[in-house]
Design a protein around this ligand. Structure first.
Ligand code: SF4
Ligand code: SF4
Length: 353
């Protein structure tokens, strides 16, 4: 698999302002993307007046979380202590996973990082735009934080982005503590956090055994579905490789298609996987998805709530869905009886009314 260039991601592209070096450079090299991106840029931003979900008191809560995260970017990388503590790989892997859980993660694993886990170039921040990512730590800790089911089931209302922004804060704080801890033991550590990633977090989570990637293009876990946010810390401290946690999600997605049916941006494939970047997978249309976010004013979340795994699937007696049509059909029938196509809570919680 080739490394992905962060400059092509929608969040990076939407930061390129007309008249800046980034804008001129990017659209000189990617002329086909300019017209569409210029159109999307004209729309109001997420959490802003003019969007469908805007609320002058509630929308700034999500914005506040992202502003805070921007302010702590500088803490993601620091010099390690000069006194190195000798650590046993098994022991420290166990400690780091436990520390993430203790600080609020619902899932946590360690892994050996691969080349393709890292972006090839940076794109999100003006001051690092176009920088080649060269220093690749060989090990990583990957963890997930659960998002509140009722808040996510309110998507695409503002409650949804209040929840996702909170989860970005939660994983960032956990990542900071893990990084500070590793550095105090004398090893390098970098926290990959919102708008400050060197890694593609879903690929790290897939190889680190957090879950599988389905039709909706996001990590889907057995227990919490895609109702999670991911954090990653990379390091030069040797760590164990946890096993992958593939449970035949492709087979489930082949029969399900809930997310593609409900997606208001028509961004999710209804057909089969295709070969992308030397890998067979379903590819989200990121332009369609992000364009819809700018109209809604939130990061939507409808595909998350429509996924049966996000609402809870009893997998106690199911090892895998591979060639298990009977189990898939039973789960889909019961989901549709309860939620039709997806659960939706119209009103905000009392504290946001
Ligand atoms: S977030 Fe919304 S628009 Fe984007 S893929 Fe999911 S359902 Fe579609
Ligand atoms: S909603 Fe269905 S098709 Fe979409 S990711 Fe979840 S299981 Fe797969």
């Amino acid at each position: 698999m080739n490394r992905i260039d962060e400059r092509h991601t929608m969040f990076a592209r939407m930061n390129y302002k007309e008249g800046t070096y980034q804008y001129e450079d990017y659209y000189e090299k990617n002329k086909d993307k300019k017209t569409l991106d210029d159109e999307i840029r004209k729309k109001p931003n997420l959490c802003s007046p003019g969007t469908m979900s805007y609320d002058p008191i509630n929308s700034p809560m999500a914005e506040a979380a992202f502003m805070f995260l921007q302010d702590i970017h500088g803490l993601a990388e620091k010099t390690p202590s000069r006194d190195k503590v000798e650590v046993n790989k098994d022991t420290i892997s166990k400690r780091l996973k436990g520390l993430a859980i203790h600080y609020g993660a619902c899932l946590s694993n360690t892994l050996e990082m691969k080349d393709y886990h890292y972006y090839s170039h940076r794109g999100r921040q003006d001051n690092s735009y176009g920088e080649e990512i060269k220093s690749l730590h060989p090990y990583g800790v990957v963890f997930a934080v659960e998002m509140d089911k009722d808040m996510i089931n309110r998507g695409p209302q503002v409650s949804e982005i209040i929840e996702t922004s909170k989860a970005y804060v939660d994983v960032s704080i956990i990542g900071m503590i893990i990084s500070y801890y590793i550095r105090s033991l004398g090893y390098e550590a970098r926290n990959h956090m919102d708008a400050n990633y060197l890694v593609v977090a879903p690929l790290v989570a897939l190889d680190g055994g957090i879950g599988d990637i389905g039709r909706n293009g996001i990590i889907t876990t057995r227990k919490y579905g895609s109702r999670v946010r991911l954090g990653v810390v990379t390091t030069n401290m040797p760590l164990n490789q946890d096993p992958k946690d593939t449970f035949g999600l492709d087979h489930f997605c082949n029969l399900c298609r809930n997310c593609s049916i409900v997606c208001p941006g028509k961004a999710i494939e209804k057909g089969d996987k295709t070969l992308i970047n030397n890998d067979l997978r379903w590819q989200i249309n990121q332009e369609n998805c992000y364009d819809r976010w700018r109209s809604l004013g939130t990061d939507c979340g409808i595909c998350i709530s429509s996924c049966p795994f996000s609402q809870g699937v009893d997998m106690e007696n199911i090892k895998t869905f591979e060639n298990n049509r009977e189990a898939i059909k039973n789960i889909l029938n019961s989901f549709r009886e309860t939620h039709k196509i997806r659960p939706y809570i119209k009103d905000p919680p009392l504290w946001l009314k």
